[in-house]
Every structure is written in structure tokens, then in C-alpha cells.
Design a protein around this ligand. Structure first.
Ligand code: ZN
Length: 207
């Protein structure tokens, strides 16, 4: 297990290094979107489509802004606090882009942790989620990344993260199953190992 954990971390470090090296290339996106419009059989110079490559570029800049961000920076300001019960933050809205189709998936994140002397402002947890979500993602990886960074920076006794999301790639294409919700969870520390903590935290998170 330990081996797995470290190989996961080094893989993530590699990914964030690559991301920080890559610059957002507005011009290339505008050109590429213009090409896509042409390739689907449309006229990129048609009145309604003329500004589209530019608009898509600006949307992508926002949707992928997490690539230029270091999520850990949102967890630098932690407070020492003797509170030793579960901290639960439910129903944090998030949206991300599925890396297989570059189509959005969106839903709610629920986060709980059992502090071990350190707590963090709840808005910071929401920022961490956004930072990881604003990249090409898989819901499973997003869930793990949120749990792992909270473990790393806050060093709590345990963490639980549950994400519920609808994937537009399942709704508007392929199997076309609107209404289906994908639920993923990541449990760390005592939230994973202690059965009673685990069931308490899961019942709080799932509501
Ligand atoms: Zn997809």
C-alpha cells in the first residue's frame, strides 16, 4: 500500500510540473476551434460563428484555470485548534471537464475531516476543490486528489470525500442516460480504518 501511495504522489508531482511548464496558448485555441467549426461542415465566417473561437478560448481559460494553480497554496493558512470532532462541509457545488470527452461534469462535493490540532477555513476547502476541478479530470482522480491534499496539509486523523456528479458525456451522447449520478468516495486515515468513524462520516456525508 505504501508503495502505491508514493508512486501516486510522484505521478501527481510530475503532472503538476508539466502543467506549470505548459502555458495557456490562446492563439492556438482560437485557431483550433476555427478548424473544428470548418471540419464539422460549418462556415467559421458566418455572422453567428465569427466570434465563437474567441469565446470558446475564454471559456477554456476559465475551465482549465486550475492547470496554472497550485491547490496546496489554499491550505497554507491553517489554524491550531483543539476541536476534535468531525468537521463536515456538505453540498459544495463544483464543475469539471471530463478528460475523455472534454465535456463538463458537475455536481456536489462533500468533505469531512477529523482534525488533529489543525483546522482550515471552509472557503479554502472550496478553493482546493475548484483548483483540482478546473483541469481535464476524472471524477475518481478528483476525489482522491482532494482527500490526499487535505491529509498532507492538515494532517488530520482522517478525511472523507464524496463527490456526486452528472456527466454530460453520459447525458447527451453515447448511452444517453440523463439523471444518472456517479458517486465516488475517498477515505483516508481513521475514516477508512475505524468502522464506527467510517459509518458515522459516511452517514453525515450522504445525508
Ligand atoms: Zn466523458
Amino acid at each position: 500500500m505504501i508503495g502505491n501511495k508514493y508512486s501516486l504522489i510522484s505521478k501527481e508531482c510530475e503532472m503538476s510540473r508539466n502543467a506549470s511548464q505548459g502555458e495557456f496558448d490562446s492563439e492556438a485555441i482560437v485557431k483550433a476551434v476555427r478548424e473544428i467549426i470548418r471540419a464539422i461542415g460549418e462556415d467559421p465566417d458566418r455572422e453567428g460563428l465569427k466570434g465563437t473561437p474567441e469565446r470558446v478560448m475564454r471559456a477554456y481559460r476559465e475551465l482549465f484555470s486550475g492547470l496554472g494553480d497550485d491547490p496546496a497554496r489554499h491550505l497554507e493558512a491553517v489554524f491550531e485548534e483543539k476541536y476534535d470532532e468531525l468537521v463536515v462541509l456538505r453540498d459544495i457545488p463544483f464543475h469539471s471537464m471530463c478528460e475523455h470527452h472534454l465535456l463538463p461534469f458537475m455536481g456536489r462535493a462533500h468533505v469531512a475531516y477529523l482534525p488533529d490540532g489543525m483546522v482550515v477555513g471552509i472557503s479554502k476547502l472550496a478553493r482546493v476543490i475548484d483548483s483540482f476541478a478546473h483541469r481535464p479530470q476524472l471524477q475518481e482522480r478528483l476525489t482522491n486528489q482532494i482527500a490526499d491534499i487535505i491529509m498532507e496539509k492538515l494532517k488530520p486523523k482522517g478525511v472523507a470525500v464524496v463527490l456526486e456528479a452528472e456527466h454530460t458525456c453520459m447525458i447527451i451522447r453515447g448511452v444517453k442516460k440523463p439523471g444518472s449520478v456517479m458517486i465516488t468516495s475517498a477515505l483516508r486515515g481513521i475514516c477508512k480504518t475505524n468502522p464506527s468513524t467510517r459509518s458515522e462520516v459516511m452517514s453525515l456525508l450522504r445525508g
